[in-house]
Structure formats: C-alpha cells, structure tokens
Design a protein around this ligand. Structure first.
Ligand code: FES
Ligand code: FES
Length: 171
C-alpha cells in the first residue's frame, strides 16, 4: 500500500514519518519512534493498554486511531509524562499504592487517568470508576489503581510535587 509522509510530534519530538493509509498510531509510536511504553493488546479498542494523550490531553486508543489522521498533531505517551526527572503524581501514587504487578497495563492506565485529571482535576470515585472502566488489568483488580488515582487527585489539589529521579512506568 502506498505510503504518505505525515508530520507527527510525540512528547515534543516532531518528525516526518512515512505511514500506510491503514497504519495504526500505535505502530508508528512503537516502531518508528521506538517508544515501546505504549502497549499493543487487543488491537480492537477493548483493553485500553494502547492509550496515549492527544493534543488536548484527551485519551486516545492508539490501536484504533489511524496515524494518517494525526498529521500535524501532537501526542504524549508514557515516556513523556515524567518531567525533568520528576515523576508525575499519578506515577508516584501508582508506586506508593502498589498499583503495578507485571506492568503491561500500567502505561495505558496512567494515560487514561492523566486524561481524566486533565478534564476533571477534582475527579471523585464515581468519575474515576467511569474513566477506568475500559482500561483492563489482567493481573489484579482495579482497587489499588483507583486508590492511586484518588491519591494523585489529592496531591494535585494540594500542589504537591512528584518525586525526583525516576523514569516513570515504562516497559
Ligand atoms: S490495544 Fe488498543 S484498546 Fe486494546
Ligand atoms: S499489572 Fe499486569 S496487566 Fe495490569
């Protein structure tokens, strides 16, 4: 299939990449940008492990998004969440609450929660439940994950900073 160049910015890194018309955004992120924190799971919009954040911080299922439709646009992946060596409060809370087991779902959960906090910084338990409903963890339940997101809401409301010196949840 004939490829076409698009200009895509990922975590502030703007590149021209050649994509096929049917190529999913997750493939470009992983194979052309080399950012493997974004996972490929069901590839049909059902598990949330491929979630990234779009231009406005919204949650985007990168297995369903066609890369060609992202020409001229920006995304953030899990690798762009920690800033200047400081974990995002969500990443810190996931660590502190033991909300990670194998870690395969963790980038998608964090990007889903980050989108929620962008649109609703005071998200309550109901909003957290609703936002995470489509993000599946195969190792464990959502209890610790939801506790971690609630903690991040609290920290962000109080203006606490994240912790220095880690690269964040990747893999
Ligand atoms: S891989 Fe995208 S929703 Fe499952
Ligand atoms: S921690 Fe293993 S799938 Fe969620």
């Amino acid at each position: 299939m004939r490829k076409q160049f698009i200009r895509l910015t990922v975590n502030g890194d703007c590149r021209e990449v050649a994509v096929a018309p049917n190529q999913a955004l997750v493939e470009v992120i992983r194979e052309q940008f080399g950012l493997t924190g974004t996972k490929r799971g069901c590839t049909s919009g059902s598990c949330g492990v491929c979630t990234v954040n779009g231009d406005d911080g919204e949650a985007v299922l990168s297995c369903l998004a066609l890369a060609i439709e992202w020409d001229g646009r920006s995304i953030t992946t899990i690798e762009g969440v920690a800033q200047n060596g400081a974990l995002h409060p969500l990443q810190q809370a996931f660590l502190e609450h033991g909300a990670v087991q194998c870690g395969f779902c963790t980038p998608g959960l964090i990007m889903t929660a980050r989108a929620l906090l962008e649109s609703n910084p005071r998200a309550d338990a109901e909003a957290i439940n609703e936002a995470l409903a489509g993000a599946i963890c195969r190792c464990t339940g959502h209890i610790k994950v939801k506790e971690a997101v609630a903690k991040a809401v609290e920290v962000l409301a109080g203006g606490h900073a994240g912790q220095e010196g880690s690269d964040g949840a990747q893999g």
